[in-house]
Structures are given as structure tokens and as C-alpha cells.
Design a protein around this ligand. Structure first.
Ligand code: GLV
Ligand code: MN
Ligand code: MN
Length: 404
């Protein structure tokens, strides 16, 4: 937990924790994490998309590995534990093995993923996707708020677009991916339980909608003659809420709105807003997205507005590996004496890594279920239980999954 505190010094601003992909604070945090990994005796490298990877060999050199990982980027004004707790705990697990010279039948690799949130370029899971797919789905042309593309930001960071594919790993290198993460919701707390395994992870669609109207003088243009992009967008945003409230299998959020030209006395001429829609059921999500897009087009037409829609990302819902789930469930029960399994409404690198190897996720209770907020908080006892559950998972894997 002290290390999670310490990581907050690598932030864009001192008073609002924020560390996004390919920024100077990303660089500094990556170096710091590499150092912590090295201190345990791991071999450390950085891949072609900025992930920091430590490797602790097993009983035989070149054995297949179990990956322990999570992400070290954050949302704006973030909490301390989202992602970072999983990275730090993974390093701590290896430190514990290394302190007694203990080798498992498999290697352990720690992956500190450089971009999961997608805060900077809208698209999330960028760097776990590169591990799974190489360059295939890497959105090189997506831009940040300043118009800088992923490709240019990579080059500025000292990485090369040409090398992206080298981040890709192969299924036969790995036995499993295991991630520890705060729950980011209130269910563990309601159940008076510190940790539990996760059964599946929600799918999500991220959309960017641009509405073009006509900017003009706020005092002189009569109301019926206006083509106000923002009032049009406002009706669309309310529809996102209405559609998602009408079906408890859906959640939908509009978390960004950019208004141009952005002055109190100018009719908004252009608005871009970002939508995040999630569901455990891909068909439900897909049909909500289609009905929203149809509504937006009708609404834009009614108001004389132009509309452009772009699907920035689609990630299907993913089930955690059933065999690994059993092992993690037993490991959590070893520590807590109880068993409960949760579904994750939040996205995790585990959902991406699941297409590379069996993936599993352990949740740890967070206070009042608060996350993506500076009040994010966990207890030391729970962090300790989470650490012990990770260790028990490794031990149980070592007993049951001899490497091939
Ligand atoms: C990541 O925190 C996400 O679920 O968006
Ligand atoms: Mn997050
Ligand atoms: Mn996270």
C-alpha cells in the first residue's frame, strides 16, 4: 500500500492523480516499476508498446509462464489502487518467492500494462491488445485531445511503430494470466468479504459522436433559426440514459463532451461526445447501440444537424477460464474460509489476455465500492488477504498444472 502511495508521485498534476499512456509520468512510473521488479531478482524488459515485464524463472529455464499483471495508467483524478494494486501485488508475490529462492514448476512473468483505461486515446486495453494481437488492432491514427496520434506519441516516447508487433506473445509461452484488481463496486463490502474470484467480464462499446450545427451570436439569432449542436447532443445524451435505465442488463455513460467554439455567448457549432455502453450480454449491448444510433440520426435530421458516428472500440463480454476459476476460488477460500463469485462490470486486461491463455481475476473489496475517484480506498488487511490469495493460487497451480 505504501508503494501504491508512492506511485502517485508520477502524475500529470500534483493534486489530481492522472497518468496516461506515453507521457513523461508514464515514463517515470515505468522506470520506477522496472526498478522494483529488478530488486526482486527478476529479469526486466520493456516491450515495444511500453509495457514493463519482469520474469522470474521456474525450476527449469524457459519453462512456460504464469503471468501476474494489471495496469499502471489511470483515469483523470484517479484513486490509488485501480490497476496499480494488481501490479504491485504481482511484484510482491515474486519478491516473496525470490526471498526464499523458491522456484515453481513454471516461470512467473509480471506484466505492468501501460494503457488499460484508454484515457488519452479513447480506446482502452491498448497495450494488452498488442500482447495478444501485435499491430493488427493497434489504433495508430486515434488522436488525443491535442490532436496527437498514437503513432506520433509512440515515436515521441522513443518507441517505433515498426516494432509494435514484437509486443505480441504466443499462447504456448503461457499457462495462465491472473490479475488482482479492486472490485470497484460495493458487493464484497455488502457481503462482508475481503476477496473473491470473478466469473466473467462485461463487454463494452466506446463511441464518439460528432454533431455539426451552426455557430452564431447568442443574442441575435432567433431561437427557431438556430442549429445548436449542443441542445441536439443533450437530447441524445438523455436517450443514452433512458435506454440503459430501461434494461438492467445495460449501463451507459457519456463521460466526455467537447463543445466548440466553447464560449458563453456563442451558439455551439460543433459538439463531440463519447459514449461507453456495457453489458454482460453482447446481443443486448449491440442492439442498444443500434437503437441509439438510429435515434441520434433521426434527432439530428429533425434539428437540421449533421452527425458523424465512430465506433472507437468494441470488446466482447468474456468468461474467465472455468478451470482457473476453480483454482482461484479454492485459493480465495483457503484465505477467507468462504466462497463467493462475482461478475465484473468494469473492463480489465484479463478480458483481453483471455484470448491468449486461460485468464482469471481476483477482486479485493474497496471502501463504499468507490473507484475512478480519489476516495478509492482499501484496508491493509484486505490487501494482505489479496496477496495471500495470489500466492495460494500460484501454489495450487504448481500442484495441479505441471508444465508441458
Ligand atoms: C476500466 O476501468 C474500465 O472499466 O473502463
Ligand atoms: Mn479503471
Ligand atoms: Mn483497472
Amino acid at each position: 500500500m505504501l508503494r501504491c502511495d508512492e506511485l502517485t508521485k508520477f502524475s500529470r498534476e500534483p493534486n489530481a492523480y492522472c497518468r496516461t499512456y506515453l507521457t513523461p509520468e508514464h515514463r517515470a512510473a515505468a522506470d520506477w516499476l522496472a526498478e522494483k521488479m529488478r530488486e526482486t531478482g527478476m529479469t526486466v524488459r520493456e516491450d515495444s508498446v511500453g509495457n514493463v515485464i519482469g520474469r522470474y524463472e521456474g525450476q527449469t529455464e524457459q519453462a512456460r509462464a504464469v503471468i501476474l499483471g494489471s495496469h499502471f495508467d489511470t483515469v483523470p483524478d484517479a484513486g490509488k489502487y485501480d490497476g496499480n494494486l494488481g501490479v504491485i501485488t504481482a511484484i510482491e508475490c515474486v519478491a516473496t518467492l525470490a526471498a526464499t529462492g523458491r522456484r515453481l514448476p513454471f516461470a512467473v512473468e509480471v506484466y505492468a500494462f501501460a494503457d488499460e483505461e484508454g484515457t488519452r486515446f479513447t480506446t482502452g486495453f491498448l497495450t494488452s491488445s498488442a500482447v495478444v494481437d501485435g499491430i493488427i488492432n493497434f489504433p495508430l491514427r486515434h488522436v488525443d485531445q491535442d490532436g496527437k496520434s498514437v503513432a506520433d506519441a509512440l515515436e515521441d516516447y522513443g518507441l517505433s511503430v515498426e516494432n509494435i508487433s514484437t509486443a505480441k506473445r504466443h499462447s504456448d509461452e503461457f499457462l495462465a494470466y491472473i490479475e488482482l484488481h479492486i472490485e470497484q463496486g460495493p458487493v464484497l463490502e455488502e457481503n462482508d468479504l475481503a476477496i473473491c474470484p470473478v466469473t466473467s467480464i462485461a463487454g463494452q462499446t466506446r463511441l464518439s459522436i460528432t454533431i455539426d450545427g451552426k455557430a452564431g451570436h447568442a443574442g441575435t439569432v432567433p431561437m427557431p433559426l438556430r442549429r445548436d449542436a449542443l441542445t441536439g447532443a443533450a437530447e441524445m445524451i438523455i436517450e443514452v440514459e433512458r435506454v440503459c435505465r430501461a434494461d438492467d442488463r445495460l449501463v451507459g455513460t457519456v463521460g466526455t463532451v467537447n463543445v466548440s467554439p466553447g464560449a458563453l455567448n456563442v451558439i455551439p457549432g460543433e459538439v463531440e461526445f463519447g459514449i461507453d455502453i456495457r453489458s454482460g450480454d453482447d446481443a443486448v449491448r449491440q442492439s442498444a447501440v443500434e437503437s441509439l444510433l438510429a435515434f441520434f440520426r433521426t434527432k439530428a435530421k429533425e434539428r437540421g444537424l449533421e452527425i458523424t458516428t465512430e465506433v472507437k472500440q468494441t470488446t466482447p463480454a468474456v468468461a474467465c477460464d472455468p478451470e482457473l476459476l476453480k483454482i482461484i476460488d479454492a485459493a480465495c477460500a483457503d484465505v477467507t474460509g468462504r466462497s463467493l463469485q462475482l461478475y465484473s462490470g468494469a473492463g480489465h486486461d484479463a478480458a483481453i489476455m483471455a484470448s491468449l491463455c486461460p485468464a482469471g481475476l481476483i477482486f479485493v473489496r474497496c471502501k463504499d465500492g468507490i473507484s475512478h475517484h480519489p476516495a478509492e480506498s482499501i484496508s491493509l488487511d484486505d490487501a494482505d488477504m489479496a496477496f495471500r490469495a495470489m500466492m495460494r493460487t500460484l501454489e495450487r497451480l504448481a500442484e495441479s498444472w505441471a508444465p508441458v
